[in-house]
Ligand binder design. Structure first.
Ligand code: PLP
Length: 429
């Protein structure tokens, strides 16, 4: 041990390595210094031979200066909130990179004047949903709800069914979000049944609006009834519908899932949705509705605090006008093709001595969308001991533990990533 300590190189000597000097120029000196310090601690602990310090530090360098690591999502949950929800399409990634420098987000290059912020992204959203008179984009769907509650109901009442008081996740609850704006909730009906009369009886001079919230992450069956938006629009107050997942129009593959266009056609004055669930784009809150209401939302002081970044606007526009998204591809993947892929991956691994077998699996939409839909899928079943090394590899691979096996479900793994998946498993084993 003492012998190793004496042979530990000095930090500056390691930092003088050409590869680490180049990395300091791109990743930043502080970050490279931290990696070298960690590596030297491992040398002192006897985990790495002193003469390999520079090689080990180079191997430990992150790909980017941010701590976020790339993950291959083999969980079988397509929209996984903990894994960043929707992966952006190639078109959206390119748009983000192109917008990352100076860009004309709020400037008209033709006449050199100030222009409405993000106008091309808003125009793309309007074109995708012609049923809306106008639209506005904020940071996420929670921000959209906070904005509309503030504008229409601060100091007034939001009429909402007791069956739609939803906890979104991570302890956040829509009722708490709404009342945080200064609005009061007027709960109507019961957990399982709410009627039109329940709403009508609650409406009065203090009503700000009626809110419908899609129970996106659970289902109710049995003695249940709810009132659709189309029957609420005759009550003489604005009706706002939170559809959650961001489907713009009906998807036959997701029958229970509400969509923006249908809610608007039914007469909703405003529909709110997330950008990074089934729409397959960046985190954003989409607000579509009547011109009058959207103008009021846009002009409220709070709108400035909820305003979206140029990178989001770029990714949203490319998602709306570009090719099908990775989320759409994952949802549409053919189960037979998934099984062929799982068999090929398992065969490649078996050929290298890894104990792997293709199995049938069930995937989910996730992200608070279509909770009742299960998607037939295929997985590669591996020894459970590989879970930790795979999570800590590069790229990280996150699967699902099931009966002492690690399942790598292929539904949310892009078809062109199978080779990387095989390489990651071999590196982990
Ligand atoms: C996901 C969800 C939200 C929250 O949306 P974020 O974009 O995560 O803020 C709100 N309402 C419903 C119905 C949802 O499904």
């Amino acid at each position: 041990m003492d012998d190793i300590r004496r042979r530990v190189p000095r930090t500056d000597a390691v930092l003088a390595d050409d590869r680490l000097r180049a990395a300091a120029a791109t990743l930043g000196r502080r970050l490279v210094r931290e990696v070298v310090a960690d590596t030297l601690a491992r040398v002192r602990a006897g985990e790495i031979p002193p003469e390999s310090a520079a090689d080990a530090a180079t191997a430990a360098l992150p790909d980017t200066a941010a701590g976020l690591r790339e993950v291959l999502n083999a969980t079988g949950v397509v929209v996984h909130t903990n894994l960043g929800r929707a992966p952006l399409s190639r078109a959206a990634r390119d748009a983000v990179v192109a917008a990352a420098g100076y860009t004309d987000v709020e400037f008209d290059l033709r006449d050199g004047r100030r222009a409405p912020r993000g106008r091309t992204a808003v125009a793309a959203l309007a074109a995708a949903v012609p049923e809306a008179e106008a639209c506005h984009v904020v940071n996420n769907n929670a921000a959209a709800l906070a904005l509309v509650a503030t504008v229409l109901a601060a100091g007034r009442e939001i009429v909402i069914s007791r069956g739609e008081l939803v906890e979104i996740g991570d302890g956040f609850r829509i009722p708490d979000l709404l009342t945080a704006t200064g609005a009061r909730l007027r709960e109507v009906g019961t957990t399982n049944r709410t009627s039109l009369d329940d709403y009508a009886d609650a409406i009065g001079s203090g009503t700000g609006f009626v809110l419908k919230v899609h129970p996106a992450n659970f289902t109710q069956t049995g003695f249940v009834s709810a009132v659709p938006v189309g029957r609420l629009t005759g009550l003489g107050v604005p009706v706002v519908s939170d559809v959650g997942s961001g489907l713009l129009r009906p998807d036959p593959a997701l029958p229970g899932e509400p969509d923006v266009a249908t809610e608007l056609r039914a007469g909703a004055h405003l529909v709110t949705a997330s950008g990074d669930k089934l729409l397959g784009g960046p985190q954003a809150g989409l607000m579509l509705g009547t011109r009058d209401l959207v103008d009021r939302l846009r002009r409220h002081p709070l709108a400035r605090a909820l305003r979206v970044d140029k990178l989001t606007l770029a990714a949203l526009e490319a998602t709306l006008s570009g090719p099908p998204t990775p989320v759409a591809a994952a949802l549409a993947a053919d189960p037979e093709r998934l099984r062929d892929r799982a068999e090929a991956v398992a065969a490649a691994l078996t050929g290298h001595g890894v104990e792997a077998v293709a199995v049938a699996s069930t995937a989910r939409v996730g992200g608070g969308g279509a909770p009742e839909v299960s998607l037939p899928s295929a997985a590669v079943s591996l020894p459970a001991g590989l879970a930790g090394p795979l999570r800590n590899g590069r790229p990280a691979v996150v699967g699902r533990l099931h009966r002492d096996r690690l399942l790598l479900d292929l539904r949310a793994v892009p078809a062109d990533a199978d080779d990387r998946l095989v390489a990651a498993v071999l590196a982990a084993g």
